[in-house]
Design a protein around this ligand. Structure first.
Ligand code: PHE
Length: 493
């Protein structure tokens, strides 16, 4: 029997939880989402979602991990025979890690490109044609995947190699140690970028655009759905990462305080990233003499096309460029290991295999699948799977967890009592009200609206084949999760 994995220090745990939370989502998703959904006005639904759903669910997940001290499926099974939901959450997390790793691989390559600005004077063309070798969706039938992009494959191998080293080190010597290095550096880097960005000419234009409130947007249900989705993905709740990390806490550990620190550091970082990104966007808009909304964007295009343009135009841009891509790399790797850990922990626990082997199986299979995204169709696949798997399934598994815990098992009062015993400050009744009434209603409404929206319009005009692919993947994930669930059942008999 291997000795139980455990964090070395409280700071180690908090840094690891922050490392899981802060990821690509904070840097390239939050700023544009805030801008698109009403600027400063977006902060109202965002903080509402944080306080009524994000933090309460984070506390609930820390509770489940700390109290059950085992992997997600076992914890759910012991709480009330819903191990399948645990498997579902961690299989989703597994799938997210297959493409998340590819984006980190791009960031790795771009941190080298930034030194000489080797993307040239047309970064968008470079990205689409040379770098990604993107396939034309019209001619898909003839060459579906469009061939491998070898440079991406090599970078991907390096990313998985790093994750392999960290996870093989174990919880204390691997994950904790890595986060103790990555997190302080990440905060230092973002502050440097922020300073450079707000002192650029035109930065004020970008910041004004980001922060000027459009109050009307608050009345749109889509603004609220975006706020909740962002909080869920950003805090990494509903995917088993936080439950798993909390299962390695020693018995005497504060829960409430740790959850607040994690959530606040994460949202603070998002705001810093928002200011950095929009300051820089204001600068490039002014340089090009364009209105801001023509340069403002998020996701892949922001990081790998607009940012390179900004770097081209900025004095000493290569230094900021390297820092920017390295920040994506650090933020990404620390999230990536937290996506793999729940599966590793479950394999070890449910199939009784050594951690070493569980790491090999988990990373080996995710790495193998991730190769699909290093092809000419990688970006198309990534977008559609991200949409259906991460965005849609995530809120559903989160909703199910809350409903199971509060309506079916009625565990919230017991949980509150337990959390208050171990924590510095006590949770009031608001916590129960949020979990029992408010969050299930809002999440249920969101899930239905998202589903209807999905059926009504094609996501970003993608061909039907891709929409079907993503649904098939979503269903396959559920199926795989059930297989794991029943495999364990038959073993137990
Ligand atoms: N929170 C991470 C981000 O914002 C992503 C993540 C999701 C990490 C789920 C762990 C689990 O990028």
């Amino acid at each position: 029997m291997e000795s139980k994995q455990m964090w070395g220090t409280r700071t180690g745990f908090i840094l690891a939880a922050i490392g899981s939370a802060i990821g690509l989502g904070n840097i390239w998703r939050f700023p544009y989402m805030a801008y698109e959904n009403g600027g400063a006005a977006f902060l109202i639904p965002y903080f509402f979602a944080l306080i009524t759903a994000g933090i309460p669910i984070l506390i609930l997940e820390f509770y489940i991990g700390h109290r059950m001290r085992t992997s997600v499926p076992s914890a759910f099974e012991k709480l009330g025979k819903f191990g399948w939901l645990g498997w579902w959450q961690i299989v989703i997390s597994f799938v997210v890690s297959t493409y998340y790793s590819v984006i980190i691989a791009w960031a790795l390559l771009y941190s080298f490109f930034a030194v000489t600005k080797s993307w040239g004077s047309q970064p968008e063309d470079y990205l689409m044609n040379d770098f990604l070798g993107i396939t034309n969706t019209e001619t898909w039938s003839s060459n579906f995947l469009g061939g491998f992009q070898w440079h991406i494959l090599i970078a991907l191998a390096v990313v998985w190699g790093l994750a392999f080293i960290i996870l093989h080190g174990g919880v204390r010597k691997g994950i904790e140690r890595a986060n103790k290095i990555f997190m302080p550096m990440l905060f230092a880097i973002i502050l440097l970028i922020l300073f450079r960005s707000v002192t650029l000419e035109g930065a004020a234009v970008g910041l004004n655009a980001l922060f000027s409130p459009e109050w009307g947007q608050i009345l749109n249900s889509s603004t609220w759905i975006s706020a909740y989705t962002q909080i869920f993905f950003s805090l990494g709740i509903g995917l088993g990462a936080m439950i798993t990390y909390a299962s390695y806490l020693p018995k005497k550990s504060d829960i409430t305080n740790n959850a607040f620190m994690t959530a606040l550091a994460n949202c603070g970082f998002s705001l810093l990233a928002g200011i950095s990104v929009f300051g820089a966007l204001g600068f490039i808009a002014q340089q090009k003499g364009m209105p801001l909304d023509e340069v403002a964007t998020g996701g892949v295009i922001l990081a790998f096309s607009v940012f390179p343009e900004i770097i081209n135009a900025m004095p000493m841009g290569n230094i900021i460029g390297v820092l920017f891509f390295v920040s994506l790399l650090f933020a990404g790797i620390s999230s990536l290991v937290s996506m793999a850990e729940p599966f590793i922990s479950a394999l070890g626990d449910k199939f009784n295999i050594k951690r070493k082997h569980a790491v090999n199986w988990t990373l080996g299979s995710t790495a193998l699948i991730s190769i699909l995204f290093a092809t000419g169709s990688g970006l198309h696949l990534l977008d559609s799977i991200d949409r259906s798997v991460a965005v849609l399934s995530l809120s559903i598994t989160g909703l199910m967890m809350v409903v199971m815990m509060s309506w079916k098992l009625r565990l919230i009062p017991t949980a509150r009592h337990y959390v208050n015993e171990v924590s510095d400050f006590s949770l009031g009744r608001w916590w129960s009200v949020c979990l029992v009434v408010l969050t299930p209603l809002v999440l249920g409404y969101n899930a239905i609206m998202t589903l209807i929206g999905d059926i009504q319009h094609n996501y970003e005009g993608y061909p039907n084949s891709l929409i079907y692919t993503s649904w098939i993947v979503a269903i396959a994930i559920l199926f795989v999760a059930l297989c794991f669930h029943f495999m364990k059942r038959s073993e137990a008999k």
